[in-house]
Design a protein around this ligand. Structure first.
Ligand SMILES: C[S@@+](CC[C@H](N)C(=O)[O-])C[C@H]1O[C@@H](n2cnc3c(N)ncnc32)[C@H](O)[C@@H]1O
Length: 207
């Protein structure tokens, strides 16, 4: 899919969505990042800000990034409503082209998937490069697709191990806290549910 510019595609999608968010973090973020000490966090592909607002509520200073300015307007409003706006900044980036400055104690990317051709693995490797020594990287991605997804299980997604290897980061610089798969009940746009698998890549930088 390339006919529509990627920012237009996502802005159009979010313009048709309700601005308010669930206010709840993703299951894997809560599970893996919940025990971490607060610091500087970067969230890539933050959408309406559920995860970023949750991190700010736990004391993190959060930089929240998305390609969609519409999504970021929603996220900023949701941050104001949650009373955490002063701990958050919002930056529009097409991560294939530009990336936030600085380095971070926690970098998260949850379901940073796109129907477009884009250098996702290179972006994830870049995400790893801005984790401070001692900091964490959490990538959550589809391990299977819900029936309403734009992707089909006929072409299975890569495993967590395959994504980790494709990122081509220096393995001995990282402690592999979890390169694994978990299950989750996903809720579809019409309220339907399905059991899906999520791949987790949760690393701590030791080098
Ligand atoms: C499938 S949604 C996932 C949203 C959210 N993180 C979650 O867990 O539900 C993917 C998000 O990545 C953003 N995105 C897609 N391509 C991007 C790119 N090239 N640069 C930055 N953000 C992008 C989209 O706008 C969208 O908000």
């Amino acid at each position: 899919m390339q006919a529509v510019a990627q920012d237009e595609f996502w802005n159009d999608l979010y313009s048709k969505a309700t601005p308010t968010s669930s206010g709840k973090p993703g299951m894997a973020l809560a599970q893996f990042a919940g025990p971490l000490v607060a610091g500087a966090a970067l969230e890539l592909g933050c959408a309406k800000g559920d995860d970023a607002v949750w991190l700010a509520g736990r004391g993190f200073k959060v930089t929240a990034v998305d390609i969609s300015s519409v999504a970021l307007e929603y996220a900023a409003e949701n941050a104001r409503r949650a009373g955490v706006a002063e701990r958050m900044r919002f930056e529009v980036h097409d991560l294939a082209i530009s990336f936030p400055e600085d380095d971070y104690d926690l970098v998260t990317a949850s379901f940073l998937h796109s129907p477009h051709d884009w250098p996702r693995t290179r972006v994830l490797a870049r995400a790893a490069s801005v984790v401070r020594p001692g900091g964490h990287l959490l990538i959550v991605e589809h391990g299977s697709y819900a029936p309403w997804s734009w992707s089909s299980n006929e072409t299975p997604p890569p495993t967590a191990e395959e994504t980790f290897r494709a990122m081509d980061i220096v393995a001995h610089d990282w402690q592999r806290n979890c390169v694994c798969q978990i299950e989750r009940v996903a809720k579809g746009p019409g309220g339907q549910t399905a059991l899906v698998k999520d791949n987790i890549i949760f690393l701590q930088r030791i080098g």
